[in-house]
Each structure stands twice: as C-alpha cells, then as structure tokens.
Design a protein around this ligand. Sequence first.
Ligand code: ADP
Ligand code: MG
Length: 703
Amino acid sequence: MGDNINVEAIFAENVFTVATMREYLPEAVFSEVMDIRARGGELPLKTADVVANAMKDWAVSKGATHFTHWFQPLTGITAEKHNAFISHPDSEGKCLQEFSGKELIKGEADASSFPSGGLRATFEARGYTAWDMTSPAFLKEDAVGTILCIPTAFCSYKGEALDMKTPLLRSMEAVSTQAIRIVRLFGNTTATKVTASVGPEQEYFLVDREKYLQREDLVFAGRTLFGAPAPKGQELDDHYYGTIQERIGAFMNDLNVELWRLGVTAKTQHNEAAPAQHELAPIYETANIAMDHNQLTMEIMKNVANRHGLACLLHEKPFKGVNGSGKHDNWSLNTDDGYNLLEPGDTPNENIQFLLVLACILKAVDVHADLLRQSASCPGNDLRLGASEAPPAIISVFLGEQLEDVVRQLIETGSASKLISGSKLKTGVSTIPDFEIEATDRNRTSPFAFTGNKFEFRSVGSSDSIGSPNTVLNTIVAESFCEAADILEKAEDFNSAVHDLIKQYLTEHQRIIFNGDGYSEKWVEEAAKRGLPNLKSMVDAVDTIKQEKAVKLYEKFGIFTRAELESRAEVLYENYARTINIEAHAMTSMASKQIIPAVMAYAGSLADTVNSMKAAGVEPLVPAKLLNQINEDLTEMQSALEIMKNHRKTGIALSSQKERAFYFKDYVVPAMEALRAPADRLEKVVDREYWPMPTYAELMFEV
Ligand code: ADP
Ligand code: MG
C-alpha cells in the first residue's frame, strides 16, 4: 500500500523513445531517422542496420532475448511471432546476439491463418509486415521473457492491406494533405502536416476470476448468455464515480504503472455506471500511436487482472439489464505548427476557418453516416447500439446550444453576429467562488458530439479496434476538405466564396444536427423523416463499404481498393457468423450439461417433498405448484434448445458468408433469446444450492 511510484522515472522506460534513440545512435543517423519519420520515405538499409543494432543493444540491456513484428490483423487483436536475437554459433561454439536492418524493416509472416476475406489465394500465403517507424518500438515483459516489439503494418504479397493499421496510416496522410490545403487558404504558410489526434476512453468490467472460470459463456463468448437480473442493478447511480474498492484500486495501480512504463499516458480512472464497470482514458496522441496504445491497454488490462485474481471483460455487453461498455473515440486535427482545427476560440461565430472546418465535418458525417456507423460495428456492439443506453444506431451530430445557434444564424442570414455566452455558476456558498461555465452542456445520448475542441464518436465498442472508426473519420473529412479546397482555391473573391460555401454546406447538411434525446422513439421517427440511415445491426451495415459511393471515396484517396473492400466485407460477415456460432455452442453446452440437469435434480427433490408431504397427510400446495411451474419452463427450455440447435446447423451449412451471417442474425440470435428466457425464469426459482454457476449478483457485487 502506498508504494512510492516515481512516475517521471518509470514513464516510457520500456519504450525506444526519441531520447533513447538519440542516446544510442550516432548523431548523423539519428537526424536521418528523425527526418524520414517526419517527412516519410524509406530508410536506406545501411541506416536501418545501425538503428536495428542500437535497438537490440538497448533491448538486450533491459533483458530482452527476442524481437517480434507486432501487428494488428483483421481479427481485431494483435499478433506476434517471436524471434530470438541469437545467431549461428561461430567455430568456437560462441553465440552472438544480432538484429539486422532487414529484420527490422520487413518481416514475412506465413499469414494463411489470418482472415483475408479471399484476398490471398492459398498458393500465395505469404504476408509481409513492414515497420511503422512513426510508432515507437517497446518491450513487453511477461512469462515468455522480455520481447522487443516492433509496431508494423501487415500486407499481402501484392501490397493489399490485411490489417487495421495500413488503412489508418493511409487515411492519416490523406486528411493531412487536404487539411493543409484548407489552412493555406487562410494564410498559414508554416504548417507542413496535420495530425489526426485520438484519445480513446476505454470501458471495462472486472469480475472475480474463480467465478469467471465457472461460466462457459464468459470464458468462450466474453459475455453472459444466461443470467437472471440481480436484485439490484444500476438504478441507484451509486457506482458511477463511486469510491474505488481496495481490490480494484490495487488492480488500477498496477495497470497504471505497467502502462506508464510502456509510454501509455493513462490519465483518468473511475467507476462507471454499471456495477463492476470501470473506465480508463489516456491523454490523446497521434491516431496510429493511439491505436497501438489502445491495443496494448486492452491486453495489459487482461494480464494485470489475471494477476489480481480478476478477469477483465472487454465485451460490449457482458451482462443483460445493466449498461454495456463502449470506447468513446475523441478525435481532432492538429497542425504541426500548433493549431487545433477544431478549436473554436472565444468567438466561434467570427472564426471563419473553424466554421468552414465544422461545415466540412458536418457534410462528411451526413454524406457518409452509413460508413461511420459501419466502422463502429462488431457482434458485441449489436447488443448495445440502439438498446436505449449507448448511442443509437442512427448517426447524428450534437453541437451544443451555442454552436447550434451560430449554425442557425449562418443558414438564415449568411452571417452570425450574436453569440450565446456562458454564464456564471453560482453555488450560493460564499467560500466557493463563482466561475464561468461553458455555453454547452453535455449530451450523453449523441453518437457524435462536439465537446469543446474535438469530436467524440461514442458508438465504438469497448472490445473493438479504433482503427476503422478513425480511418473512416479521416477519409470522409479528407474528401470534404478536398471538395471545399477545389472550389475555394479557384475563387476570385475568397471571402465571399468561403461565406457562401459555409452557408451552402450547413444548409444542405443541417439534417445531421440533432441536440435532443437520442434514446427516444420519437427520434427514430424524426430521423427516418430526415432520411438518415438507421442500420440496426452489424450485418445490415456491412455492404455499405462495397457501395459505389464508398468505393469511389476510398479509391480516390488511396485508402482501400475495391478488392480490399470486398475482402473486408467477407471478413466481417465471417466474423459475425463465427461469433454467434460460438455463443450458440456455449449455450448448448451450458443448457444441456449444466442447467437442465441441475433443474431436474431440483425438480426431483421437490417431487420427493411432494410425496413425503402427501404421505404425511398434508396437501403439498407450494411444492406442487412450484414443481409444475418448473416442469413447464423446463419443457420450454428443452424445445427451445432443439430449435436453436437446428437453426445453427442450417446456418452453418449455408455456403455464402453473407447468407450465413444474415441467417445467424435472423434465426439463431432470436432462437438464443428464446432459450435464455425460460432458463432465466428457472434461475429465479431453483434453489441456489442446485444452480450450477455463479449468478449475476455474485459476479457483479462480490468482486
Ligand atoms: P469525458 O469527460 O468525456 O469522460 P475523459 O477525460 O474521460 O473525458 O476523456 C477525454 C479524452 O479526450 C481523453 O483521452 C483526452 O485526452 C481526449 N482529448 C482531449 N482533447 C482532445 C483533442 N483535442 N483531440 C483528441 N482527443 C482529445
Ligand atoms: Mg470519460
């Protein structure tokens, strides 16, 4: 307790930072690397050799024995294959440790077992990993030892992207190029690059590991597939921001230290709305690094939890009836000369560059709301989006009262002369000073909200990679910046052209703005009237990436080719059906091997009671009634199980990925619900002594 942690000393001690690089590299090599990192281009092999050797020396000095190219295939998690530094022993039998530039820059992965959606024919199973030198190498320490991890992109033999990172990097370049055109129009001559910055808030649940291991659904599916509600849920709002319990505190403490050592700026931590739910947010950073760090965060959360006898659940909806988990993706654009393009300043109504950027983003989100929605979809998120807790599946933008008023004025008159200002917060306590409050309150129901100097995309699922959402954001905004710049660069009178364009974009795309309650039924109707897409499930959203509109967008900016998009759609369909199939399997096993036998045993003991009461000459009113009720639910369960098993078989037999995915969504998922309902009713009446697994109350309240 209360160990002294010297944060400044441990921060990034396991990262090959710029400072470490400067220390380990000859000055000329260091400058060359920094230059290429900033401007792009290829590192000559000779230089790469020097860098690799320096990395190895540093890693070995910290106990590393292996290196790995660390990448993010379309499984949504990370992949690694370790290689020891040892080389062939010399004639005296002595062995040196080596790491070459070639090994640093390029790796070959026999990648036939990663999802490719048909991009790689089996005869060319090779995949390549290529060093992303903009994200620093780091050391992972665990039971296998200390491993030097090189962040890489993962591509096929022909250079097609097989991962989450390649498209993100491509989109970052696209939005940078187009954003530079915009700032040039406003007289900025010094910026050379615009960086997409991202801060993902990670929500998660912690449960006791022993109890976790007693539930096949948690072990195999990451969520509970059965479970009656606990007597208490989140209705008292006493968990949100509540005092952090000792066991959880010890976990958070360890987690922070591990993350800090890896250069992850773990910043905020608190209890979330649901019992056993928590959140961690880092300080925002460049999008690709934020993505790497978020993957590491998720991995380390799981490891640290294990060490503390806990299990970390990253699933979007581990428990029915309480809030699920998301990953709010905070996003902004920053020039390398220090300006945030989303900073409205004190007088946003007069900040023309900001208003143009805002108008372009509104246009982008309106035109490509379907892509944005798709980017935040995964099987688990289907249980969250639109289920009256998290943002709805309908994409809309929340601007807040002040900006919305500015937009209204611009649409009506072409200029905004008035600004609704913030007011003083008066506490009525003389010892607490009054202070200025923002003119914008928060709206927790909006999927895409302007929050001061960034947008917060709240639809993303807690287990999902932030690669897709940020790739989409960067690309769609690159497109609208490009279209605006095409017009404005040619304008004779820039000032009037830019005013006209802002007014035009805002007028044409105002339907995407919504400041009301996103959870209400009314909004669903209103959104339909406005023509906004409402793609209810992941499966419904997949084909958006194959439409002509999307293909044209992605090909224009070199993010995805048509073939890459088609392959991704295949992977998504496949992933959905496989996920539901695993869930159905787990349910079958739990129902037939655990729940039904337990219920029969309890029914047997009830029957004994009925008989012995009868023998004793009393009418067994209560046990007989209970026995009947249990018998009915048990019968319903058995037949629901058979129906679900048949649907699963039929679904699996379908040959097209798309048909299979739709079949699982339309038939298997409802059949799973039909199986769960009687089981949950039974859980409420069966003696706890007989129930074969930890209950919701035990999982969420006895951590
Ligand atoms: P909230 O009040 O929304 O829960 P948090 O502090 O939990 O806020 O998280 C906000 C996240 O947004 C943090 O990761 C923070 O670093 C990030 N953030 C702040 N400013 C920006 C910005 N300009 N661009 C991108 N992300 C940002
Ligand atoms: Mg937060």
